[in-house]
Design a protein around this ligand. Sequence first.
Ligand code: F6R
Ligand code: MG
Ligand code: MG
Length: 368
Amino acid sequence: MSLIKADIGSIPGHVTVAKPLMTLAEKKMAEAQKAGIINSYYVFNAGDDTELLMTHSKGANSPEIHGLAWETFMACAQKAKKLKLYGAGQDLLSDAFSGNVKGLGPGVAEIEFKERGSDPVIVYAADKTEPAAFNYLLYKIFADPSNTSGLVIDPRMTCGFSFDVLDGKENKSVVLRSPEELYSLLALIGATETYMIKNVTRNDDGEIAAASSTTKLNYIAGKYVGKDDPVCLVRAQSGLPSVGEITSPFLHPYLVAGWMRGSHWGPFMPVGLKNSKCTLFDGPPRIVGLGVQVSDGMLAADDDGKPMVVDLFDDPAFDLARQEAMQMASFMRMHGVFQPARLGPGAMEYTTLPQCLASLEGRFKKEK
Ligand code: F6R
Ligand code: MG
Ligand code: MG
């Protein structure tokens, strides 16, 4: 299963994806399905990001699948340019495709697995935040028994899970086992400016349980070119966390880095697809959660062949989190451009501090 996403243009400004772009992406996916490149697909949006969910049997990092996503995004970007939509093609950082979209701008989460008797997968896609926004989420799901009671009371899960953690600054990674190395794991992934979780596997058999995108656009390009809004795939049930354990971290929202100009802390608000649009102060950062079943290599489909996708956060169970998120948003915005509403200088995607300091050079007087 591959989830590949990019911001290839939005309306108005950075709010949401325009319908004609989604329609074009769907058309490209349908053609690829007909041609036998993919088995099934679902196109959706997370705020201003276009998301391509695909099942296929080409494995992870397949040049064919990545090429298909790249061409689809290119075609959508062309259309966005014609319509003069905002930021048309902003996440496509190269003219040349070289076999893998990683490093070229789009975000990718892929899981390769042998189908079980029944295989539920939860698809998370977020806007106006960064991959490390999933650190807390994945910790809660796979390492915190107060969230996931299965870690304690399901004998198939007491072995715990291993986290592959990327140091985004040094571009190196380390695997840490929970519960044995929980405190080391938390020491790293609590530092969200540097560390992000790449994937999670079950300790006793190495079974893949989750994978997330770890693209950092600002590191790739060396300068700000857009946000690395992340995606994540989480497998559920039968010895893995249940669907409800995967969604329950969103009983309450938590603060993530991103929001306006990628430079503020804001509450991570779970929303249904109909509210997958970043409005207030370009946010708040939002996450959609979709539930699917993989069935014979396909997204399980209804009688018309349409994939059955359950919009998990389109539910009153998440009203409390949304209310709390808006209270947190209001509280954070009361601080204006002051920290802690504003990110630390090293984490801001927009900043004028260096220019400001340069222009004031010579005017600073040493204190006696
Ligand atoms: C982009 C984003 C937005 C923009 C902001 C300024 O993903 O999150 O908050 O950073 O709207 O955008 P520009 O500089 O394009 O006017
Ligand atoms: Mg945009
Ligand atoms: Mg975005």
